[in-house]
Design a protein around this ligand. Sequence first.
Ligand code: F6R
Length: 236
Amino acid sequence: MKFITTKTYEEMSNKAADIIAAQIIVKPNCVLGLATGSSPVGTYKRLIEDNKNGKIDFSTVTSVNLDEYVGLDVSNDQSYRYFMNDNLFNHVNIDKSKTFVPNGCAEDLKAEGENYDNMIKALGGIDLQLLGIGLDGHIGFNEPDAYFTGPTHEVVLDESTIKANARFFASEDEVPKTAITMGMMSIMQAKKIVLVANGAAKKEIVEKSFFGPIDPQVPASILQLHPDVTVIYSEN
Ligand code: F6R
């Protein structure tokens, strides 16, 4: 594992964007695994600039996102599909038909999960997965549990996740209680993983995840088993 610390959010974002840009340059038809939340916003901003400046071309890139709230569709500005359109896809030359987010409005979420994993397999797997980390150590929405879960699946969000994500909603009550998330299988089968985390509040969980024991109660700790992980942490 490579562990990089930076002084600022901007520096963290630039380092993550450098790695993603390199991935696109060396494999223009790569499959990027993408995340939502505050942590990757700066990375996406830099990638948008790179695209506008002609340094990277998204036209043959495919993307697969980690997760989606159950019950929110693209018209809802808190859905993760909306977030991705707004923070990246609408501003770069990616073919939207090649951008995938799990469907949180699917009638059969189990079938949706199976189809999502099969689609990722059919794409040849993920070349580079970008991750954030929750205050409880979740990656995607894989919450602390007695076991790590492999397939894409429906999850009940932890109280701490609902509280943390309430900042994006009008009130805590509006945060969906469940989500669909890629499981550890597709995440861990990605060829490369880049995790971005920032802020003093994340320091403890970052230390626990990467320097503590591998424990399903600290979901991100599974990344210690992956051969190519870069963690970029900024205290600010
Ligand atoms: C989002 C996701 C989550 C977030 C995590 C951190 O797609 O998969 O694991 O990365 O909740 O969120 P922020 O970056 O908002 O602190």
